[in-house]
Design a protein around this ligand. Structure first.
Ligand code: B4P
Length: 207
């Protein structure tokens, strides 16, 4: 199973690249932002609570998003793999994802982080806000708060995956197609079968 975590600050291109990746690798897209916005549209209790936090640029509680991912994994048991977009955003979410995937006899293959500076993020999200109808995209101070929440609460998730040797960072500024090509190269490295080298094995015996 191929399970990719797409990581980066708000506006880095996670949603944009996810659309291209699901088409290319035939994976199921799990965006916690999209799942939460669906709850808001349906007017559920969860959606009403989440809306207040999202509109202010704050994170929704861990147990809420972990529960949504748990349900989605149960529903999509036949999937060839997943693109996790906007999840995990905290270390407890990352730990829970490992546990949930282990219950399905699988694990995260790699994390790809898109790196983009704050001024470009603000510019992109204000531009999207003209058509997205998302209150969190329409107010510069809320966008800057989201970037600040990313820096203080989310950025440390990269270290969690670096410790597992699964972390890869890319420059998220440039042509969308070119960034997509670079992400594919990273993913394809993780898909290659590991071939044991007889030379390395002999050396190890000698040592
Ligand atoms: P999300 O829905 O995850 O939204 P996002 O981070 O704003 O969007 P994304 O990063 O996918 O957008 P993209 O760059 O593709 O989260 C919204 C809120 O939900 C959070 O603030 C939080 O409240 C809550 N939430 C979600 N998940 C949570 C979790 N796990 N825990 C707690 N709370 C959670 O697109 C941005 C724009 O950039 C687009 O207009 C696009 O066209 C443009 N763009 C993309 N790539 C570009 C490029 N290379 N060059 C120029 N423009 C580009």
């Amino acid at each position: 199973m191929l399970n990719i975590v797409l990581f980066g600050p708000p506006g880095a291109g996670k949603g944009t690249q996810s659309q291209k990746l699901i088409a290319h690798y035939h994976l199921v897209h799990l965006s916690t932002g999209d799942l939460l916005r669906a709850q808001i549209t349906q007017g559920t209790v969860l959606g009403l609570k989440a809306k207040k936090l999202m509109d202010e640029g704050l994170l929704v509680p861990d147990e809420v998003v972990i529960g949504m991912i748990d349900s989605a994994l149960q529903e999509k048991k036949e999937a060839a793999g997943f693109i996790f977009d906007g999840f995990p955003r905290t270390v407890p979410q990352a730990e829970s994802l490992d546990q949930l995937l282990a219950q399905h006899q699988t694990r995260v293959s790699c994390m790809v982080a898109l790196e983009v500076g704050e001024e470009e993020l603000v510019k992109r999200l204000l531009e999207r806000g003209k058509t997205s109808n998302r209150p969190d995209d329409q107010d510069e101070s809320k966008i800057r708060r989201r970037v600040n929440v990313y820096n203080t609460e989310t950025a440390q998730v990269a270290g969690y995956y670096a410790n597992q040797h699964k972390f890869h960072a890319l420059n998220g500024i440039g042509e969308i197609e070119s960034i997509f090509g670079q992400i594919c190269q990273i993913i394809d490295q993780h898909q290659r079968p590991v071939i044991e080298s007889p030379i390395a094995a002999t050396d190890e015996v000698k040592a």
